[in-house]
Design a protein around this ligand. Structure first.
Ligand code: PB1
Length: 336
């Protein structure tokens, strides 16, 4: 019987064998170099504090940090992203403890350099954990962000982290022109060639940051962040933000949150293919997946999502799942 068929429309001949299926999925590889591990550092040096809304995620004190990270480094960890969580240090209007000598991040950096010399150390740069109002900048009389003071403060904090041993500073504040101010202050101190700026360029005013705000004790005490984080429905502003940050000297870009913004990720990657592009799988995404995983199948669900992020253009994924994924990769458990 001769069927009247068009051989070009037959797809099963390309996918009947696992190796052929792998051939059909370029650019979705998951390697240790595609992951950055966000980690919370508390100023209680001996603490290991669980975070209720983020199972298996902790705030670590300085004396807990080495043991917490050693097995993950052993499994191939390449990058960490440090978040300071001050508890005993006072919070004020200018976030003065963001770059004080007592800051847990500032204290951790030289030790991390010594313990893990090959690990790339990135520092989130923001004021929300350190200000008593919980906003990502310095407020003016009217209770809105004072642009000039906020940008200068973010630049000063970036310099302090760079001088303490960071390889990357990542301003998550979303103040306009902070990338330019950071680059200027690094240049003025002649260390601009030894520290990269990973801008949270396309960061949206998402409802998915709740667990983080519990973890970092960094929720705004009044109002919200809609006046300085991008409107979730706007791809135009995301493109303008990425263009601006590149213009101001950003070395790497980011889209955040992750899964709901893969269209933005693809647009930014296509528009700026020569810049490493990070995607942040945020705390709300983590908590949702942990809940979904309770009924089994987390590895398949998570692997599919991570590969979709890579397919959409992410070069590096910032994920609280990093330790788990690295162990799967090391054990050859990442089926394609
Ligand atoms: O995992 C997350 O939810 C990340 C939250 C993120 C950290 N950079 C910010 C979002 C927010 O709380 O508005 C913190 C802002 N500096």
């Amino acid at each position: 019987m001769t069927m009247n068929f068009n051989a070009k429309n037959m797809l099963h001949s390309s996918i009947f064998h696992p190796t052929l299926r792998q051939l059909q999925q370029p650019n979705v590889e998951l390697t240790p170099n595609n992951f950055m591990f966000p980690i919370f550092i508390t100023d209680h040096d001996d603490a290991k504090q669980p975070i209720q809304s983020m199972p298996n995620v902790y705030r670590y004190g300085l004396s807990q940090l080495k043991d917490a990270l050693a097995p993950v480094v052993e499994n191939g960890l390449r990058y960490i992203l440090l978040f300071g969580v001050p508890d005993t240090l006072p919070k004020d209007n200018t976030g003065s403890n963001a770059d004080s000598k007592l800051n847990p991040v500032i204290r951790a950096l030289p030790k991390l350099r010594e313990w893990f010399p090959d690990l790339v150390l990135a520092c989130d740069v923001c004021l929300c954990p350190y200000t008593q109002h919980g906003h990502c900048g310095i407020l003016g009389e009217s209770g809105e962000l004072d642009h000039v003071k906020s940008v200068q403060r973010i630049a000063d904090i970036s310099l302090a982290y760079a001088q303490a041993g960071a390889h990357i500073v990542a301003p998550s504040d979303m103040n306009d022109n902070r990338v330019k101010a950071i680059k200027q202050v690094l240049f003025a101190n002649n260390i601009h060639n030894k520290i990269a700026v990973l801008s949270y360029s396309c960061k949206f005013a998402s409802a998915l940051y709740g667990p983080f705000r519990e973890a970092a004790k960094a929720a705004p005490k009044f109002g919200d962040r809609k006046c300085y984080q991008l409107p979730p429905g706007s791809s135009g502003l995301a493109i303008r933000a990425a263009d601006r940050d590149i213009e101001e000297g950003a070395d790497m870009l980011m889209v955040k949150p992750g899964l709901p913004y893969l269209d933005i990720l693809r647009q930014i990657k296509d528009r700026h293919p020569n810049y490493p592009l990070f995607i942040y799988q945020v705390s709300g995404e983590y908590s949702m997946l942990m809940k979904a995983g309770e009924t089994g199948g987390l590895k398949s669900i998570l692997t599919e999502i991570l590969r979709s992020m890579r397919r959409a253009g992410a070069d590096c994924i910032i994920s609280y799942f990093t330790p788990t994924v690295l162990s799967w990769i090391k054990n050859g458990e990442m089926d394609l």
